[in-house]
Design a protein around this ligand. Structure first.
Ligand SMILES: [Zn+2]
Length: 242
């Protein structure tokens, strides 16, 4: 039987003037987006079962991560490919150096990311980028200094993915060359933010990358405290498989 109630839809239309980051292939992340009950805007082409799956998982994220996504007006789309356009399993795009009202972030989730095991940690990671984007520079700098102070010889990051960014920065410290200072600063910032997102995902999601056996409970514990002290983000391990 047809639903007798007609509900008004909220649609927002975004083009590249609102999304200057959406050039070339990324232009596909402009278009029409429909607001759903979880306060996410889905690309109007997204299959309804995928919207539900993402929404149902999104509402289980820690409140401050959700608030950041909603505050920034996050839009979402999915792809049938195993990878996103950026080559990852999930990705957020946006004008990260702009003020909050112009970041205009978009989340792309691949078929791989939509699996029951990965969707929750991947949403945690991507929404942590949004949470990070709206923190004060002072808090981010303090956290960065703390991270730099912890990486002694033999330092092991919380995941292999985060460790890759740490290695990139370390490599540049030993190199000379054109614009090396800027490249080092960029690599350091990239490590800090990717590590932050992986750390939040690891703390919040008990099964995330456990197969990597990195034995870093101590590091996770001290980061957990640092994240609370610097950003007021309290994270509980209270979540379940979607
Ligand atoms: Zn990331």
């Amino acid at each position: 039987m047809e639903d007798l109630f007609v509900t008004a839809e909220t649609i927002k239309v975004l083009d590249w003037t609102q999304r200057p980051w959406a050039r070339g292939q990324l232009q596909r992340f402009c278009g029409r987006f429909r607001l759903d009950e979880s306060a996410l805007y889905f690309d109007c082409e997204t299959p309804i079962h995928q919207c539900r799956l993402i929404s149902n998982t999104f509402i289980q994220l820690p409140v401050p991560l959700r608030q950041a996504a909603i505050y920034l007006g996050l839009t979402v789309s999915t792809t049938q490919n195993p990878h996103t356009l950026s080559g990852d399993q999930s990705a957020v795009y946006g004008s990260w150096s702009s003020d909050h009202s112009h970041i205009s972030p978009h989340l792309e989730m691949s078929e791989t990311s939509l699996s029951s095991v990965l969707i929750f940690p991947h949403l945690l990671h991507e929404c942590s980028h949004l949470f990070w984007a709206i923190q004060t520079q002072t808090a981010k700098d303090r956290y960065k200094s703390l991270m730099m102070a912890t990486c002694k010889t033999g330092f092991v990051e919380v995941t292999t993915y985060a460790h890759g960014f740490y290695n990139e920065w370390q490599k540049l410290l030993l190199m000379d060359g054109f614009a090396i200072q800027q490249r080092r600063a960029n690599a350091l910032d990239k490590w800090v933010v990717e590590s932050f997102c992986e750390t939040v995902a690891k703390i919040c999601c008990p099964w995330y990358k456990t197969e990597e056996n990195r034995c870093n409970d101590e590091l996770l514990k001290s980061r957990h405290e640092a994240i609370y002290e610097n950003f007021g983000l309290a994270i509980d391990r209270q979540y379940r498989v979607a």
